[in-house]
Ligand binder design. Sequence first.
Ligand code: 7TS
Length: 415
Amino acid sequence: MALKQSTARIDAARIRADFPIFDQLVGGKPLAFLDSAVSAHKPRFVLEALEEFYEHSYGNVGRGVYALAERANAAYEQAREKVREFVNARSPREVVFTRNTTEGINLVAYAWGLDNLGPGDVVLTTELEHHSNFVPWQEVARRTGATFKAIPVTAEGELELEALDELGRAGNVKVVAVTAVSNSLGTIVPVERLIRFAHEHGAIAVIDAAQAAPHRVIDVQALDCDFLAFSGHKMCGPSGVGVLYGRSELLERMSPFQTGGGMIRRVSVEKTTWAGLPHKFEAGTPPVAEAVALGAAIDYLGGIGLEAIAAHEHELTAYTLEQLGEQPGLTLYGPPLERRAGIVSFNLEGIHPHDVAQILDAEGVCVRAGHHCNQPLMRRLGVAATTRASFYLYSLPEEVDRLVVGLERARKVFA
Ligand code: 7TS
C-alpha cells in the first residue's frame, strides 16, 4: 500500500463544488475543513443516490417477493459487487456489510477469536492502533486466556519491526491485527511485511483499513490478508455502513457474530442452521440505502481516481509540514513525508490542543483535538493529546493557510 506517485492531478477547487456542505458560511466564515480523518463530507452524487433509492426503490432485502423488494435487493447486491471490485475480493460472498470499521473488527475478534484462541496463544496488535483495533482484541484475549501484545512504535510513530522476532517467540501467535494507516500520525504501515509475518506463524492477518480505503488502492488478493475492515462515512459514503472483507474459507468455518433474522437457513426448537455467505454475518435489517449510497461513493471516487487523490493529499501534506515547521513553539509528530498519508498532528507549546481547536473554530477552521482514540500511542509520544489536521480530495492549500493564521492567533491569545 505504498504511496504511488501519480502524474494525474485533481482540481480540488472544482471537486469541492460537488459538496453542498461547503456552500454555507459557518459563524460567518467559509469552512476550512481539516478533519476528514474523523469523517468525510458527501458529494451531491452520493446524496442523490440515497434520495433516489428511498424515493423509487426502497424496500427491505432478502425478504419480499414483490417487484419493489426485488429492486431493493438487486440494488443492495449490486453495491456489494461494487465493494468486491473496489477491494478486489474473489467473490461477493467475501464482502459483509457492517455498520462501521469497529463492528467489522469486533465481528472477527468475537466470531473467530472466541472459538480459536486460548491460553498459550498470542494476539498481536500495535501501539499505533485506534482503540477499535485494540480493545476488542484485548477483551477477547482476556476472555479466552490468550496473551495480548502490542508491537511498540518509535518516537516518530513507526512500528519497531525489529521487535517482531521476539514477539513471535512469546507464544503461539494466532492473530496479527494492524492498521494500514495511523489515524493520529498518518504513518503508512508496511502491512505486507506484517501479513507475511502472520502467515509464517500460522496466524490470521486482520487489517484496519479505515484510514486507507478512502485514499489508496486496496487489493486484498495482492495483500493476501485474511480480514480487512473499513467505514463508508470516511470515504464520502453515508454513516451507518461499513465493510468487512473476509477470506471465504475462514468465514465459512466461523460461527455467526450476531444471530436472528436474515442469517438463518432453518430454525426449529431442536436446532438452527445458518444461511450461506455473506448473509450468515448480516443479522437483522442491514443498512440497505446506506450500502447503495456507498456503492455510489465508490463510483464517485473511482471516477476521480484514488491514486490522484493520494497524490493531491501528499502535496497538501508536504505544504503543511513545511508551513507548520516554521511556526515557533510548534512540535510536529509522525514520520517523514514519504511514509505519511494526509494527516498532520502537532502541539503548540504551553497551549492545550482543545484551546487551539477552539480558537481555530472561531476562525472557521475545523481540526480535531484530543487523543484520537489512540491512548497507547499518546502515552508513547509522552503527550495527553494533539491537534490534528487531515485532508481529503476537496482540501485546499488555502485551508492550510487559514490554519497557520489561526495558530498565530492562538499564540497571541495565550502569550
Ligand atoms: N480505525 C481507524 C484507523 C480509525 O481511524 C477509526 C476512526 C476507526 C478504526 C473506527 O471507525 P468507525 O467508523 O468504526 O468509528 N477514526 C477516528 C478518528 O481518527 N477520529 O475519530 C474517529
